[in-house]
Design a binder for this molecule. Structure first.
Ligand code: PHE
Length: 341
């Protein structure tokens, strides 16, 4: 009687087919769970007479083993199929399109400038954007009452001792001189900050590149010739350069650097305000006080320094007429730039 029942259920197990997870669960519920058919047989087994227990027990265990084996075979094959389906690649599907980025015009101009000066032996150095008074002003020979220190020009983070957002990259000159012995030839590109209202021609955050050359017998002729070579490489061989006398506390003599307007070729246009010339930066011979402040003997060494605006050069190079375009992140603007040359 009991043996027949076992056989019947064994046939049921053998006939059962499983293709989905749901069917597998049905199988488990019908046969293997606590209320399933196999468990029920084990309950009945308690009533089996002592002399038959051995034979019936063997069959019952065989059935249980069979059901469990089938269950685990189906289970692992179902898991494998879902894995396979996931990793199967359909190469006939169209690709997901993605757009390649392009470099920002400020980056392109900065890289081009570095490239030109690297060929003249200049290294690249960097300094912090948050500066102390010493590196941004005092070591550069700014007197304590210089107007650039006033609130309307400089973003002060702390007063006494003064901590500011650097107003120019000249602070890096000081940092390099503190840690390097001459001869020094270095270029320091970076972000600078001034408290100015944002317009087409001004921004409170902009970029400069500082240059500094210190050695024995460096003269104003070296400064002129270096910048002369630079503007021809950067803006084309017909570009003219001129120096206008100027003043900076950290250079003596000092000059503004102008180049002939590359838009109208010096004839006069809106960009150069009909003058034929546009300013790209300031320069001069390093003031002896600045060298001495960084423990460089000014009776042995001399040097020149210059600082140029990256936005200004980029605007000239690419004929961009509004400074705000650089920070608006409009891809229709940014996509247009591929290389500086
Ligand atoms: N730091 C000056 C400025 O921001 C530019 C400059 C640099 C001038 C080096 C002379 C020498 O206007």
């Amino acid at each position: 009687m009991m043996l027949e029942k076992i056989k019947e259920i064994q046939e049921e197990v053998e006939k059962f087919s499983v293709d989905t997870k749901e069917q597998l669960e049905n199988f488990r519920l019908s046969f293997l769970s606590r209320n399933g058919k196999v468990s029920a047989l084990f309950d009945d087994f308690k009533q089996v007479a002592g002399d038959q227990k051995r034979a019936v027990g063997q069959e019952l265990n065989k059935l249980k083993k069979l059901a469990e084996e089938r269950f685990s075979t189906w289970q692992s094959s179902l898991e494998n199929t879902t894995q396979d389906q996931k990793s199967r690649l359909d190469l006939s599907l169209p690709v997901v399109p993605f757009t390649l980025g392009s470099r920002h015009p400020i980056t392109l101009v900065r890289e081009r400038i570095i490239q030109i000066f690297e060929r003249m032996g200049f290294s690249v150095s960097e300094g912090p954007e948050i500066e102390d008074d010493w590196h941004n002003f005092s070591a550069l020979n700014f007197p304590p009452d210089h107007p650039a220190r006033e609130m309307q020009d400089t973003f002060f983070i702390e007063k006494n001792p003064d901590i500011t957002l650097r107003t120019h990259t000249s602070s890096v000159q000081v940092r390099v001189m503190e840690t390097t012995k001459p001869p020094i030839r270095t270029l320091s590109p970076g972000r600078v900050f001034r408290n100015e209202a944002i317009s087409a021609r001004a921004h409170c955050v902009f970029h400069q590149v500082e240059g500094m050359y210190i050695d024995k017998n460096v003269s104003f002729a070296d400064l002129k010739n270096t910048l002369y070579h630079f503007v021809k490489e950067m803006f084309g061989k017909d570009t003219k350069i001129r120096f206008r006398p100027s003043f900076f506390p950290f250079t003596e003599p000092s000059a503004e650097i102008d180049i002939s307007c590359i838009i109208c070729k010096g004839k006069g246009c809106r960009i150069c305000k009909q003058s034929g010339w546009v300013e790209i930066g300031g320069a001069g011979m390093m003031h002896p006080n600045v060298l001495e402040n960084s423990k460089i003997d000014s009776s042995v060494y001399s040097g020149f320094a210059f600082g140029m605006g990256l936005e200004r050069m980029s605007m000239l190079k690419y004929q961009i007429n509004d400074l705000r375009l650089f920070t608006e992140n409009d891809v229709r603007f940014l996509r247009q730039f591929t290389a500086a040359e």
